[in-house]
Ligand binder design. Structure first.
Ligand SMILES: Nc1ncnc2c1ncn2[C@@H]1O[C@H](COP(=O)(O)OP(=O)(O)OP(=O)(O)O)[C@@H](O)[C@H]1O
Length: 405
C-alpha cells in the first residue's frame, strides 16, 4: 500500500503539491488524474524518494521509499521512458538494472518476453519508437517482480494493440494482489482500466473514490426524448408537462429534448398522458471524461489562446429553426443543451469538491452567462453555465530525474 499524509512540495514560490493525503490499496488499479502541471509526477517522484517532501510524508508498505530494504524488488516504476542510455541495447539496459538490484539475468529475458521486445532485445534503444521505449520502461518496472507498481502515463505513444495490452497488464497485476498506481490523460482508457481514482488539481486532492462513484458524483445522466417531427406544438406541450413534473428540459441540436430529473418510465407516462408521440426515449450515461472535465475545469492551468472555449464563453445559441431539421420554423421553446466538448458543471450544491461554495447565497435562477429564455416559452429549468473543454495544448514533460540530479 502507498500512503501519503499531508504531502506537500514547494519549489521556491511554486507549490506543486499541497497537503495531499490518500491511500493506494493493493488489489486494484488506482488511476491518478489531474490536468497538466497538477502535481502528479511530483507526487510520484516523492513516492519513489526522488524528491523530498517539503512537508508531510509518503510511505510504501509503511516505510519511506529510501528506507525500504531492497526497494527495486518491492517497487517498480515507469516515470520517463526516455530515461534510457540510447547506446545500450534493450537487454543490456535491463541487465544493468538487474545487476544493481541482484536480480538474475534470466528475469531480464522473461520481462523482455512479457513486454513483447524479445525480437529487438539486442537493438540499441536509441532506434526505438515511442511505443517500444514505453514497453522497455514497463519491462524495467516489472524487473524485480514488485508488489507495488507506479506508471506515469504508460500508454503514451502506444498503438491500440499496445494500449489494450497495457490495460490487461495493469488489471492482471492488480488481480495478483499488487498495488497499481497509474497516471493517464486518456479518460476513455482510465474508465476501463482503473477501479479507483485519485484526482488532483493544482496540487490538491479533488477526489478519492471509485470510478463509478466519481462519474455519478460529477455528472448528470439524462434522457433524450424526440417527438414526432410533424408536431412542434406537441413538443412544447410535452416540455411543459415534463417541467411541471419536476424535470429540467434543454434542447439538443437536432431538436430532441434533453431531460434530467425524471426517470425514463415517468417521461414515457407523461408523454402518453399529453398525447404526444415519442420517436426516441433513450438514456444517456455520462462518461468518465465528462465527469472529469466538470470537476477539473476550474483548475486547468494551460489553455490555448486560440481555443474557442477560452474564457468560459458559452456556445453560441442558435435558433430553433436552424436546428430542428424538420423545416418548420418555430419559436424557441427551451434553451439548448451544451454541445459536444462543453461540460456544464453539476447543479449548485451538488459538487462536493467545489472549492468556492456560493457562501450561503442562493444560486441565480438563470446564470449570468446564459441568455434569458424567451418570454413565451413554458417554464423551463435554466441551463447550467457552460464551461470549456480541456486544453488542446500539450505541455512539455520535464525530465523525471531533474530533481534527483
Ligand atoms: N523541479 C521543479 N522546479 C520548479 N517547478 C517544478 C519542478 N517540478 C515540478 N514543478 C512544477 O510543479 C507543478 C507540477 O508539475 P508536475 O510535473 O508534477 O505536474 P503533472 O501533473 O505531472 O503534469 P503533466 O500532466 O503535464 O505531466 C508544475 O507547475 C511544474 O512546473
Amino acid at each position: 500500500m502507498i500512503e501519503a499524509i499531508g504531502l506537500t512540495k514547494r519549489y521556491g514560490a511554486k507549490t506543486a503539491v499541497h497537503n495531499l493525503s490518500f491511500q493506494v490499496r493493493p488489489g486494484t488499479v488506482t488511476g491518478f488524474l489531474g490536468p497538466n502541471g497538477s502535481g502528479k509526477s511530483t507526487t510520484m517522484r516523492m513516492i519513489l524518494g526522488l524528491d523530498q517532501p517539503t512537508a508531510g510524508q509518503v510511505t510504501v508498505g509503511g516505510h519511506p521509499f529510501r528506507q525500504l530494504p531492497n526497494a527495486p524488488r518491492q517497487v517498480g516504476a515507469l516515470l520517463d521512458a526516455k530515461a534510457v542510455h540510447g547506446g545500450r541495447t534493450a537487454r543490456t539496459h535491463l541487465l544493468s538494472l538487474a545487476q544493481l538490484s541482484g536480480i538474475p539475468a534470466a528475469r531480464v529475458d522473461e520481462v523482455l518476453g512479457v513486454v513483447g521486445l524479445q525480437d529487438v532485445a539486442r537493438r540499441r534503444s536509441k532506434g526505438f519508437s515511442l511505443g517500444m521505449g514505453q514497453r522497455l520502461g514497463i519491462a524495467a518496472a516489472l524487473l524485480g517482480d514488485p508488489q507495488v507498481l507506479l506508471f506515469d502515463e504508460p500508454v503514451n505513444g502506444l498503438d491500440p494493440e499496445g494500449i489494450l495490452w497495457v490495460r490487461n497488464l495493469m488489471k492482471r497485476l492488480a488481480s495478483e494482489g499488487r498495488t497499481v498506481f497509474v497516471s493517464s490523460h486518456l479518460m476513455s482508457e482510465m474508465a476501463v482500466t482503473a477501479d479507483h481514482l485519485i484526482v488532483i488539481g493544482r496540487g490538491q486532492l479533488l477526489a478519492d473514490m471509485s470510478v463509478t462513484d466519481f462519474i455519478s458524483a460529477n455528472s448528470a445522466d439524462f434522457a433524450r426524448v424526440r417527438t414526432a417531427p410533424i408536431d412542434p406544438p406537441r413538443r412544447e406541450k410535452l416540455t411543459a408537462a415534463l417541467t411541471e413534473a419536476g424535470g429540467q428540459v434543454l434542447s439538443e441540436p437536432d431538436g430532441a429534448l434533453r431531460v434530467t430529473g425524471l426517470p425514463l418510465p415517468r417521461i414515457s407516462d407523461l408523454a402518453h398522458e399529453a398525447d404526444v408521440r415519442v420517436w426516441e426515449l433513450s438514456p444517456h450515461q455520462a462518461s468518465l471524461e465528462e465527469a472529469y472535465m466538470r470537476m477539473t475545469q476550474s483548475v486547468v492551468d494551460y489553455r490555448s489562446t486560440s481555443d474557442a472555449l477560452e474564457g468560459f464563453q458559452p456556445p453560441q445559441q442558435q435558433g430553433w429553426g436552424q436546428h430542428q431539421g424538420y423545416g418548420t420554423p418555430a419559436p424557441p421553446v427551451v434553451q439548448e443543451a451544451p454541445q459536444q466538448g462543453w461540460y456544464a458543471p453539476p447543479p449548485p450544491g451538488q459538487n462536493p469538491y467545489a472549492t468556492t461554495p456560493p457562501a450561503g447565497a442562493p444560486a441565480p435562477a438563470v446564470p449570468a452567462a446564459a441568455p434569458a429564455p424567451a418570454p413565451a416559452a413554458p417554464p423551463v429549468a435554466p441551463a447550467a453555465p457552460m464551461a470549456p473543454a480541456a486544453p488542446a495544448v500539450q505541455t512539455t514533460k520535464r525530465d523525471s530525474n531533474e530533481d534527483a540530479r
